[in-house]
Ligand binder design. Structure first.
Ligand SMILES: [Zn+2]
Length: 132
């Protein structure tokens, strides 16, 4: 497991960050190295470290992603992206916007992408056109 910066990695202090997740064991997992880490203080841990923490790292290596993000349909462990995507703590994570809206006791309902006819405002405009 790598705990040293890799060639070409950069760290963006103060940039957007993900909040911690909960491992299947119930333990909280931060995606960032602690601020007292000897070489990577506050850096994003990376997929390899996170998968190791989940106890899912295979005996051999695992590519970061399949070429072109085209994973085989019958595999859930072909690459780091797919493996993490299938984990409940990743797949069940709501967006920050949805968490904010729901924390204010509102319903957050997203329209399907590219279906403007389902958007309420389009129905409203259609109704106003009928009035003239
Ligand atoms: Zn894949």
């Amino acid at each position: 497991m790598c705990t040293e910066p890799k060639e070409g990695w950069t760290h963006h202090p103060g940039g957007p960050s993900m909040h911690s997740s909960t491992l299947p064991t119930g333990e909280s997992q931060s995606f960032y190295f602690p601020l007292d880490h000897p070489t990577m203080l506050g850096w994003f841990k990376g997929m390899e470290v996170i998968i190791h923490k989940h106890g899912l790292w295979p005996d051999d290596s695992l590519p970061a992603q399949c070429p072109g993000f085209h994973c085989p349909l019958d595999r859930t462990d072909c690459c780091c992206c797919q493996l993490l995507y299938m984990q409940p703590d990743f797949s069940n994570q709501k967006s920050l916007l949805q968490e904010l809206v729901e924390s204010c006791h509102y319903l957050c309902d997203f329209y399907p992408k590219y279906h403007c006819e389902l958007n309420f405002i389009e129905q409203y405009w259609e109704a106003t056109k009928l009035c003239f």
